[in-house]
Design a protein around this ligand. Structure first.
Ligand SMILES: Nc1ncnc2c1ncn2[C@@H]1O[C@H](COP(=O)(O)OP(=O)(O)OP(=O)(O)O)[C@@H](O)[C@H]1O
Length: 275
């Protein structure tokens, strides 16, 4: 079996600088179909910047970005750039992303447990309800890859757990890949396959139970007592556990090769949904 066939996106050896400040150093990762990958790291670690590089919204100074041909991405941004004073129902807001079919909007809102919100004014719904609406918007394109930048913002603790369970259920039912950003590893532990701990570079990565005991993770997020019988994970800076060597169905799209039509359409579609 071709191990690289299910890779949806891959970035290799990314360096990103803002003027003199280096936000990302030698970062590599890949997301496969059916897999949930979580990026964790402290404030300013470069998580959103990395997401934007993957989406094609930021161009790194070095490195390569590959996206599967005709990849459809559903993106849930960290911040909603919309004037909340605008009188906009949830349904109208979802229609702004280009979907006119009412039945489709109903179906997706039902999937995220938000059908009752359909005719509610957007500015009156709670933080947790808004996150479900934003998730619905990301799903409207029937994405191969869901990219969720801090999906639990503004959600209370019980709601956070429910939202992660919902994301996991969506992955199981749709078989899409999920890349999400989180601040709290323990909340996502049960619902993520692979964690990447980022602090400009990749400090450690692997299964959440391993990362949660890794010295680099502990030095960033504070220690817990380790049981003696737990295996110690070997730390690799700049590791790329899903590295691929060759895949004709994966297309390079960064600076050394112009974006093809499908990829530029993806980027345009993402930009449209950013409002
Ligand atoms: N457009 C920009 N111009 C200059 N600096 C930027 C820009 N975007 C991000 N940065 C800087 O890059 C660093 C990484 O920012 P980024 O938003 O990627 O971090 P983050 O890990 O997502 O943080 P948070 O958890 O607080 O959202 C920060 O120091 C930020 O100030």
């Amino acid at each position: 079996m071709n191990q690289t066939a299910s890779v949806l996106v891959e970035v290799k050896n990314i360096y990103l600088r803002f003027q003199q400040y280096t936000a990302l150093q030698d970062v590599s990762l890949a997301v496969k179909r059916g897999e949930i990958i979580t990026l964790i790291g402290p404030n300013g670690a470069g998580k959103t910047s990395l997401v934007k590089v993957i989406l094609g919204l930021l161009s790194p100074q070095q490195g390569q970005v590959y996206r599967h041909a005709h990849l459809k991405i559903g993106y849930m941004p960290q911040r909603l750039s919309i004037d909340m004073a605008l009188p906009l129902t949830v349904e109208r807001f979802l229609r702004l992303s280009g979907t006119s079919a009412r039945s489709q909007i109903h179906k997706i809102l039902e999937e995220v447990g938000g059908l009752a919100l359909l005719q509610r004014p957007l500015q009156q719904i709670s933080g947790g309800e808004l996150q479900r609406v934003l998730l619905a918007r990301a799903l409207l394109r029937d994405p191969d890859l869901l990219v969720l930048d801090e999906p639990i913002q503004g959600v209370d603790v019980g709601g956070q757990y429910e939202l992660y369970k919902l994301i996991s259920r969506i992955r199981n039912q749709r078989g899409c890949g999920v890349l999400m950003v989180s601040h709290d590893l323990h909340l996502v532990m049960a619902t993520t396959d692979h964690v990447i701990c980022l602090n400009q570079h990749i400090c450690c990565s692997g299964h959440p139970s391993i990362v949660s005991r890794h010295p680099a993770y502990l030095s960033l997020f504070g220690g817990v007592h380790l049981p003696n019988d737990l295996a110690v994970y070997t730390h690799h800076h700049h590791c790329a556990e899903h590295s691929i060597t060759e895949n004709p169905s994966i297309e390079p799209v960064t600076q050394n090769s112009p974006a093809n039509d499908a990829n530029s359409q993806t980027t345009q579609a993402i930009n449209r949904t950013l409002l």
